[in-house]
Structures are given as structure tokens and as C-alpha cells.
Design a protein around this ligand. Structure first.
Ligand SMILES: [Zn+2]
Length: 149
């Protein structure tokens, strides 16, 4: 399966909430978000390990103050350069698939209002959401001069 954050092929994904969006990400990108449900144990894992180790509390989160992970996330957002008409591409690609804004919203775990705001260019999506939209709509939102016409 693919990590929805960086697009890399990973063995296991965890569902994490990143900036209000639920993504399935690999172990490397899990730290950018908040885990929303446990990682499924791989069927091939025949070890004696109990399956509920994921419930262990993370000791680092208890401390006061901002966590490093948050800072990393903020630097990550906006890293991608979007095409000038990226929001038009979202609408055109969505309509080509016959999806309503609600349909797209559901697939993105976002509200319809968020989709409409995106399509009007009133909301700049974080990189994770850009990648998710690109994958869902099979379109490219990023400015990429090297891409074939
Ligand atoms: Zn990743």
C-alpha cells in the first residue's frame, strides 16, 4: 500500500489525522499526525507478541509545551508549488468523474463546504491534502513544467 503523505510504498499504514484530514500513512509519516485507530497486525506476524501493544501511551506527549512534530508539520505544509489554476483543476476533474462536492468531501473526510472553498481557491490545501486530491481525482494540482501536456 501507499503512504498518502509521501506516496511511498510501505508495508503498513496507520490512519492519522493531519490538519483535520484523515490519511493512511506509513511509519515514517505517522509522526506528522495524530493516530486515529490502531494499526492492523500483519497476518504473517506469527510472533508471541500480544496484539494490543499499540495501546501503550506515548511518554513524550505528556510533557508541556509544543511538540517537535507540530513544528515539522508546519514546515511541511505549503512545500508544494501549486499550479495557478489548481482549484479549477479540482472542479474540472471532480465533474469529469460525475462527483458532487459532497462526494469528493466524503472521500477526503472533509465537509462539502471545504470542497467548495477549495474549488473557489479560497482555501490553500496542505501538502497532504493536495496529494490526496491528486490521487483521488487522478489529476495534478502541482505546477510541474516537466509534465507532458
Ligand atoms: Zn510517508
Amino acid at each position: 500500500m501507499l503512504c498518502e503523505m509521501c506516496g511511498k510504498e510501505v508495508e503498513l499504514t496507520a490512519r492519522v489525522r493531519i490538519e483535520g484530514t484523515i490519511l493512511s500513512v506509513g511509519p515514517e509519516c505517522e509522526k506528522f499526525g495524530t493516530r486515529v485507530d490502531p494499526v492492523p497486525t500483519p497476518p504473517s506476524a506469527g510472533g508471541p507478541r500480544p496484539s494490543n501493544t499499540y495501546g501503550a501511551p506515548a511518554t513524550r506527549t505528556a510533557g508541556g509545551g509544543r511538540r517537535m512534530e507540530e513544528r515539522d508539520l508546519y514546515t511541511e505544509i505549503g512545500e508544494l508549488e501549486l499550479a495557478p489554476d489548481w482549484f479549477k483543476r479540482v472542479r474540472v476533474a471532480r465533474e469529469a468523474l460525475g462527483w458532487t462536492p459532497e462526494d469528493l468531501g466524503k472521500k477526503l473526510n472533509e465537509k462539502k463546504s471545504v470542497v467548495l472553498k477549495l474549488e473557489s481557491g479560497g482555501l490553500h490545501p496542505p501538502d497532504a491534502l493536495v496529494r490526496k486530491i491528486e490521487r483521488l481525482l487522478k489529476t495534478r494540482l502541482r505546477a510541474d513544467p516537466a509534465a507532458p501536456a
